[in-house]
Design a protein around this ligand. Sequence first.
Ligand code: GRF
Length: 215
Amino acid sequence: MRLKIAVFVSGRGSNLASIIEAIEDGAMGATIVTVVCNNPDAYAITLAKEHGLNVFVLSHKGMSREEHENKILAHLSTLEIDFVVLAGYMRVLTGNFLQAFKDAAGYFRVTNIHPALLPSFKGASGYEDAFNYGVRVSGITIHLVDEEVDHGPILAQRPFPRLADDTLHSFRERGLAVEHALYPEVLAAIANNGVESLLLKNVHGQLESTVRSEK
Ligand code: GRF
């Protein structure tokens, strides 16, 4: 059975493009059921439409966070989404939204990609912050989302070096290449083997749970 995903975007959509490509190549047993975007000017919308995808655009401006999320939830409610895939979605999701995607094990079926090795360099400027700090190694993190920003069980991390002659631009380009490989790989693993296959086990052999709502 194909994994039914909703991809959330706010901007350029290069991660969306890599996911679309992997699906179209047959490399991922997933279907993008809808693309949700809060920015009417995002290039990601054009991209999604070019590929014939269902697109739901709703600016968050002029409405409360709750109202915005509830309208998105209403859109998603009829689509039987297995996973929400955040790909450059620049809005923090509230616990109220996340609860709609809670699975039997207590995890929220929502993934996010962050352009640094969490828990370092959280926030909207992962590349800039890691580069300006002067790290020699950075990386990409894909994790399950919980109620804290850039936090939740880590599904995959892949490092990349900062080279001596790097500019912020070349550093970011190297990282983006990793993003575009890693997100399709992680989603393919979820589709084929379930998200549990990517979660670490603690010393007792139990799946790690850092879902905040349970604390
Ligand atoms: C990526 O760097 C992603 O890691 C971060 O936001 C950026 C989105 O880029 N969360 P794009 O819209 O996928 O091109």
